[in-house]
Design a protein around this ligand. Structure first.
Ligand SMILES: *Cc1c(COP(=O)(O)O)cnc(C)c1O
Length: 397
């Protein structure tokens, strides 16, 4: 069969093989601890569900404007004003079927053949493929744990060229859990203005921060950088709404307009019912968030401490999101029963088989020294999984 070059350019995610294996083992009755999940284990708050049920009962079940209903855009504008000190108008906002969809619309609206897009690694798995799907070139900038996994001016300068179209920032980050402070953002903003490239700022984990870390949106650092930034956010993580598919973006009206046209020819509007739920999520009571965050915080502290007490594992303390991202590379070169462990993929496969624990190899995020463990699962599971990992790693010789 002949498939498009575009389809052929996309690699199947290395995480999928692990996931399929974990699911197969679970289906076969194995007691698997799953640290692979990328969504809150909390249920969507009741008031949000009620708003959706009401939308159904009221017959709010038809097409809406492509880029979202006015009521929701107003709530999003208010969110940006209140949380980020950013002022937008309705034609600078688009609501999409998840933040991932907003990101995809941006890639389609901005990128083309020859364009280069700088992506700091470790990165969220989707960024490079969205760039490739739009015939542009992902330029990976490998950051270092010593630098809190931030891209600094030196690294950015190395990766810049006259084809640089955009830089994708994700703060707080999936997978590292680290985040950019105001000073680093100012330095990056200065470069974006000077060299005139766009910043795509994925701020989906904005609300999930710890140790008093306070999120700053790069777009809020001044008029010049705001003109060059598209901010992406959504409700999946902050309001435990991954299945509802509501994300949004804010930016220059020409770009948002192009994204809206693209969306009009692909998905049309996000689900009308989800939009009503999203209005409630943004304008209703917010006490659910600190409760969820404090539970994540408890698990975070426990997981990071346990990981750092395991020989051969070293884990920075994340300040956001719900992932631990330990360096496990000192286990490489060891073996179990004659089978060598030489990569994050080998180690993940070993831990799945020997420790019955599923996690994501760092290779998927562009750095093979690491593995990613999600703590969006119960404390009981976290204890069990870490006990097993500790035991399995002690067996490596
Ligand atoms: C989960 C996630 C998203 C997208 O979530 P949606 O469900 O599409 O809103 C975007 N970026 C990162 C880094 C994520 O982890």
């Amino acid at each position: 069969m002949r498939l498009s070059d575009r389809a052929k350019a996309i690699k199947p995610s290395p995480t999928l093989a692990m996931d399929a294996k974990a699911k197969a083992l679970k289906a076969a009755g194995e007691d698997i601890v799953n640290f692979g999940v990328g969504e809150p284990d909390f249920d969507t708050p009741e008031n949000i569900k009620e708003a959706a049920i009401k939308a159904v009962r009221d017959g709010f079940t038809k097409y809406t404007p492509v880029g979202g209903i006015d009521e929701l855009k107003t709530a999003i504008i208010e969110k940006f004003r209140k949380d980020n000190n950013l002022n937008y108008e309705k034609h600078e906002i688009i609501v999409s079927c998840g933040a991932k969809h907003s990101l995809y619309n941006i890639a389609e609206a901005l990128f083309g053949p020859g364009d280069e897009v700088i992506i700091p690694s470790p990165y969220w798995v989707t960024y490079p493929d969205q760039v490739i799907l739009n015939d542009a070139v992902p330029v990976i900038a490998k950051t270092d744990e010593k630098n809190s996994f931030r891209i600094d001016l030196k690294l950015l300068e190395e990766k810049l060229s006259d084809r640089t179209r955009a830089l994708i920032l994700n703060s707080p980050s999936n997978p590292t859990g680290l985040a950019y402070d105001g000073k680093s953002l100012e330095a990056i903003a200065g470069m974006a203005v000077k060299h005139d490239f766009y910043i795509i700022s994925d701020e989906i984990y904005e609300k999930l921060t710890y140790d008093g870390f306070s999120h700053i949106s790069i777009a809020s650092l001044g008029g010049e950088i705001k003109k060059r930034t598209i901010v992406v956010n959504g409700l999946s993580k902050s309001h435990a709404m991954t299945g509802w598919r509501i994300g949004f973006a804010a930016g220059p009206k020409e770009i948002i307009g192009a994204m809206t046209n693209i969306q009009s020819q692909s998905t049309s509007n996000p689900a009308s019912i989800s939009q009503k739920a999203a209005v409630e999520a943004l304008t209703g009571p917010q006490d659910f968030i600190p409760k969820m965050v404090s539970e994540f915080d408890r698990r975070r502290k426990y997981m990071v401490e346990r990981l750092n007490n395991i020989k051969g594992v070293s884990c920075v303390t994340p300040v956001g999101a719900f992932y631990a991202f330990p360096d496990v590379s000192s286990c490489y070169g060891k073996s179990f029963n004659g089978a060598a462990i030489n990569s994050s993929l080998d180690l993940s496969a070993y831990l799945l088989e020997q420790a019955k624990t599923a996690l994501v190899p760092g290779m998927a995020f562009g750095d093979d020294r690491y593995i990613r463990l999600s703590y969006a699962t119960s404390m009981e599971n976290i204890k069990k999984g870490l006990d097993r990992i500790e035991e399995a790693l002690a067996k490596l010789k």
